[in-house]
Design a protein around this ligand. Structure first.
Ligand code: NI
Length: 185
């Protein structure tokens, strides 16, 4: 894999804020970008999605691992690339778990559609048109946000929905709310 392309936690956060351009075709360059995303996500088993800006590219390519999420009994699927993904329909908004490999250690709850119909291209350059439901829809929506320069922290409505996760004495993961900011007045 092209390790040099990994900028998951870029010092220059503007890399994550730029809007991405559609690709003209699924060229060998685009396939390599998608493969770099797959390889990078495979190095982060805790992650369920990754978007091109997170490895420093500003083309509309993301990868997602379906079937995972809180409460899922099984490991999520292998990373699947979505190229030029476009939302056709989004509904059934609910509050759900959110987090991002580019913002390690911080989690939150955001409101996102749990029914998402997306059109785009697969690695073979063929058009796909499919529906993602439940947490899969949340994951795809989060990754598509990255292509617009939007991060999950933008969608967290208030500090009470933002928290860190640490391992407690008994080995269980516990949520630690962020300390409220003290205002000097
Ligand atoms: Ni993310």
């Amino acid at each position: 894999m092209s390790v040099k392309s990994i900028v998951l936690y870029p010092e220059d956060k503007e890399i994550l804020r730029a809007k991405c351009r559609p690709v003209k075709s699924v060229s060998s360059w685009v396939r390599q970008l998608a493969q770099d995303l797959v390889d990078t996500l495979n190095h982060h088993p805790e992650g369920v999605g990754l978007a091109a800006p997170q490895i420093g590219a500003h083309s509309r390519v993301v990868v997602v691992r379906l079937g995972g999420g809180p409460g899922s009994e099984r490991e999520p699927d292998a990373p699947m690339p979505l190229i030029n993904p476009t939302i056709i329909e989004a509904r059934d908004e609910r509050r759900d778990f959110d987090g991002c490999l580019s913002i390690p250690g911080l989690y939150g709850e955001t409101v996102r559609p749990h029914y998402l119909r997306v059109k785009g291209l697969n690695m073979a350059g063929r058009v796909f048109d499919r529906v993602f439901e439940g947490f899969d829809a949340v994951v795809v929506h989060h990754e598509l946000d990255h292509l617009e320069g939007v991060l999950f922290i933008d969608r967290v409505e208030s500090l009470e929905y933002l928290y860190r996760v640490v391992e407690g004495d008994d080995g269980q993961l516990v949520r630690i709310p962020l300390t409220p900011v003290t205002r000097s007045e």
